[in-house]
Write a protein that binds this ligand. Sequence first.
Ligand code: KG4
Ligand code: ZN
Length: 357
Amino acid sequence: MTEKPIILGIETSCDETAVSLIQDNESGIPKILSNVISSQFDIHKEFGGVVPELAARSHVEKIDLIAKKAIEESGVSLNKVSAIAATAGPGLIVCLTVGLNFGKAMASSLNIPFIGVNHLEGHALSPKLHSKLDYPYLLLLISGGHSQYLSVNGLGKYKRLGTTIDDALGEAFDKIAKLLGIEFPGGPKLERFAKKGDPNKFELPKPIINKGGCNLSFAGLKTAILRITKKIKTEQEKFDLAASFQKTIEEILYVKTKKAFQEFKEINSIDKNNFVVAGGVAANEGIRNKLIKVSNENNFKSIFPDLKLCGDNGAMIAMVGLEKYKLKQFDNLDLPASPRLPLDNDAIFLKGAGVKL
Ligand code: KG4
Ligand code: ZN
């Protein structure tokens, strides 16, 4: 019997240095042999956000050790690895370059294929590491840099249904956490704050809730919260504001997801409707529960990555690498890092800002 392919995945697009080895499996769900993640929270905490040069320096310092640890934990000898996959974009160019070059060097010295991976596709396929999932499916990608509804019709085949017209949802969580005096990275801590507050205490705006199709907008919420933070005095009021924000986000996603269900059904006529929620914010319990509710009401099956696979990790990069490996979609060693690599061909430039959404 021929051995199933083993892929080593490398992720360094932002502030996580991560390496994982996975192996294809008869069941259709690959086996995660190791998944080592080193976060840089402590390095960036005092600056209130990720400092690209410091992040890149830390990747350079750690990548050898993390890769060594991932290989040791997997119990696999290097000559059994079938291909190396590394994130090529989007992300911080100085960070992407570290993992990409490391991956290319490994592939070259082992004389095996090299595969460049779109980080967002990694999030999109992350549930395939524990659930059998056929194309097409509806994807809500909510991370620190992106918030999009997409119809996923195959590897590399994405049709965008909606996107944020300003901040990404994770970014909104982080900025509002900062306004409430919560230290970086604020998203997960803001959720904990919210659990101690009254969600009905503050009435907050729901930008473009009834227009703009499946597009999202969170910037107006931030401005409204900034105004309120200037007036509140007690710790309890902070909890109440966090809870009101959490509730408002849940309500926005409830309405927009319902709209995305309709649009997904208009372009895909299938019996089984699957809805995947991925990216760092998919770890938020309140958002999960609200999205499970709207899925159940609309005959969609909701699928979330395991909590440890919601944030950035090497296993999701290896997952895309494995699918590409099976299709022999390999890259040359001159593949550049692409800081703004989009997931779909419909990516547009935001007028005037030169920003690709
Ligand atoms: O996918 P990810 O790890 O990195 C990017 O590709 O951006 O997402 C990180 C984002 C951060 O903005 C973080 O604050 C947010 O996900 N996040 C959360 C939670 N856990 C992580 N936001 C809200 N609630 C959470 N529990
Ligand atoms: Zn990510």
